[in-house]
Design a protein around this ligand. Structure first.
Ligand code: NAD
Length: 257
């Protein structure tokens, strides 16, 4: 049974909430007094996550790349909670491979979640966000800010999410809706560990001024801030939460003691 909802209590819809950055974000929203609609396509993991999150969360099984499922799920969220104040488009997949080995099926598998999913969820939730003058936060990646090997589909999908965020900010601002983008650096989640070889891990450590991976919680803090009243005049922004990766060039390891 979901918790009793007070009239002023805000509702965040978080996609990919069954684990990783999405789960940490759902947990932080709840700590800050929000209710959470936790959405994921992995029903088993979502059930466990929802049990862990407690009464302030409700679980919704949905694949964000399926337009019909997205519309039905957003209707279900609204009938459960009556409002949506923030949408966090966090669901994502990673598939790293050389350009010549990235066939159309691999390309589409990445694009359908990472880009189509953000577009579809945002379209479906926009009417509810108009009512609350709510906030959109899209999760891209440092791979959308700087090109690197093996990321032809992943990096391109994330660069497109950055541009989509700016389009949303430009058009939805007149309804009081804010749209911002968070670009995480590397975080040791299931997604990252499936594609980060030891070479990639070492390269990130070398290239990051803070010299370490981030945590799910550190990314969640930025996301929840952008959804909060504290960010009421912030829209159209792309914020890297990346230990300084995006801002630096070559030579860091040589400078370290
Ligand atoms: N972990 C990192 O190093 C890192 C770095 C930069 C960006 N990101 C981005 O952060 C976001 C979260 O990543 P994470 O590392 O927590 O990953 P994760 O794999 O731990 O969690 C992603 C969640 O999204 C869900 N999901 C995937 N496709 C879905 C779909 N089509 N519909 C509904 N749910 C779906 C998965 O079931 C999973 O629960 C992703 O968008 C990812 O690209 C992660």
């Amino acid at each position: 049974m979901p918790a009793k909802q007070s009239k002023s209590q805000k509702v965040a819809l978080v996609t990919g909430a069954a684990r990783g950055i999405g789960l940490a974000t759902a947990r932080l929203f709840i700590e800050e007094g929000w209710l959470v609609a936790a959405l994921d396509r992995d029903a088993d993991a979502l059930q466990k996550a929802a049990a862990d999150l407690g009464q302030a969360a409700s679980a919704f099984v949905c694949d964000v790349s399926d337009p019909g499922a997205v519309d039905r799920t957003v209707a279900d969220v609204l009938s459960r909670f009556g409002r949506i104040d923030a949408l966090v488009n966090n669901a994502g997949v990673a598939d790293f491979g050389p350009i010549e080995q990235t066939d159309f099926a691999r390309w589409r598998r990445v694009m359908e979640t990472n880009l189509d999913g953000v577009f579809l969820m945002s379209q479906a939730v926009t009417p509810a966000l108009k009512d609350t003058k709510g906030a959109l936060v899209n999760i891209a990646s440092i791979s959308g800010l700087r090109a690197s090997t093996l990321r032809v589909a992943y990096g391109t999908s994330k660069a497109a999410v950055i541009q989509l965020t700016k389009q949303q900010a430009a058009e939805l601002g007149e309804y009081g809706i804010r749209a911002n983008c968070v670009c995480p650096g590397p975080v040791r989640t299931k997604l990252a560990m499936a594609v980060h070889t030891q070479d990639i891990i070492d390269a990130y450590h070398d290239a990051i001024p803070l010299n370490r991976y981030g945590t799910e919680r550190e990314i969640a803090e930025v996301i929840v801030f952008l959804c909060s009243e504290k960010a009421s005049y912030v829209t159209g922004q792309v914020i890297a939460s990346d230990g300084g990766f995006e801002s630096t060039g070559v030579g860091l390891p040589a400078l370290r003691k």
